[in-house]
Design a protein around this ligand. Structure first.
Ligand code: SF4
Length: 317
């Protein structure tokens, strides 16, 4: 068997920053540090931080008084931010700056009295956080659509004041179809200033597209609840490649593999490289002849830690 490793794969700048925020908080304040929701969607990352003193909770009610609280990379609603302030909690916000951009767009449109269509997956924490930034007091409304059928069924108050934003980790191709359906149904729709699907999601999907004609089978290493990992598997399938999402090497199914197979490996933006290497080791045991890395420019995006945290770290040093 031959293996091609996609480039880029794995951690994005938002995930690196979110993990560093929890690590820094543990260094500054000591354990426990409370994190609302999984800091990023990956069990290995969560377990590692838990072993060092992070406590993961789903609601603010589970956070004791005076505890240090971190909001995950997916972002939270305005209401949760206010509740934390009202309780006087020390909050460090690890929301990815690219998710914050979408929040700001939603806030701006709400204040302008516009209506906003959010294209995204119901129940995903990022979607909940983004919906929770829309202030209806200015007369507008926000609607969640997941597919073309939702667009068909959508009724808005004023199509001339309608715009759209998207979840950052969607399939680029599927989103184009939904946006086309929105434009067809609401020809006056106001085009957003920028594309909300983030650079990391776009780059990982386009690497899978480039890889598709070189492999017979694609393994995506990523958590089952990771949106961008699921989208990578779907892109592989859409390109005609048998594609499987595995959390780690234990999920590999021997029946997938035959001799002379060309295997592609990629990883979602919240997957640590160690999990990819474990998958590779297991494949090696099955008999890999050659492993090649795709030729691609490395990503250069980095996000700074919150200034307050950097200052506290410097004082601690
Ligand atoms: S996948 Fe994109 S939006 Fe999500 S944390 Fe990474 S860079 Fe930010």
């Amino acid at each position: 068997m031959d293996v091609v490793m996609t480039q880029p794969r794995g951690f994005c700048a938002g995930v690196v920053r979110a993990i560093e925020i929890v690590e820094s908080a543990l260094q500054i304040y000591g354990a426990p540090v409370y994190v609302v929701h999984e800091i990023v969607h990956n069990q290995r990352v969560v377990e590692d931080l838990r072993s060092r003193g992070a406590v993961f909770v789903e609601t603010l009610d589970e956070v004791p008084a005076d505890a240090v609280t971190v909001f995950s990379a997916h972002g939270v609603s305005e209401q949760m931010i206010r509740n934390a302030e009202n309780r006087g909690l020390e909050v460090i916000n690890a929301t990815c700056p690219l998710v914050t951009k979408v929040h700001l767009e939603v806030v701006r449109n709400a204040k302008a009295g516009n209506e906003v269509v959010l294209i995204g997956h119901a129940g995903h924490p990022e979607v909940n956080g983004t919906l929770g930034h829309f202030d209806r007091r200015f007369g507008g409304e926000i609607y969640l659509v997941q597919d073309e059928k939702d667009v068909e069924a959508l009724h808005v108050k004023n199509p001339a004041r309608l715009t759209y934003v998207t979840q950052t980790t969607l399939s680029v191709d599927d989103t184009k179809v939904i946006v086309a359906a929105l434009r067809k149904r609401f020809p006056e729709i106001i085009e957003p200033r920028r594309d909300d699907i983030c650079y990391a999601t776009q780059n990982r999907q386009s690497a899978v597209r480039k890889l598709a004609d070189r492999v017979d089978l694609l393994i995506v290493v990523g958590a089952r609840n990771s949106s961008n990992s699921n989208r990578l598997r779907e892109v592989g399938e859409q390109m005609g490649v048998n594609s499987f999402l595995v959390e780690d090497a234990n999920d590999l199914d021997l029946s997938w593999f035959t001799s002379d197979l060309r295997i592609g490996i990629t990883a979602g933006a919240s997957t640590p490289e160690i999990l990819v290497q474990e998958v590779l080791r297991k494949l090696d045991e099955l008999g890999v002849d050659k492993v090649v890395e795709m030729d691609a420019e490395p990503e250069k995006v980095t996000f700074r830690l919150p200034a307050g945290l950097v200052n506290k770290l410097a004082r601690k040093a």
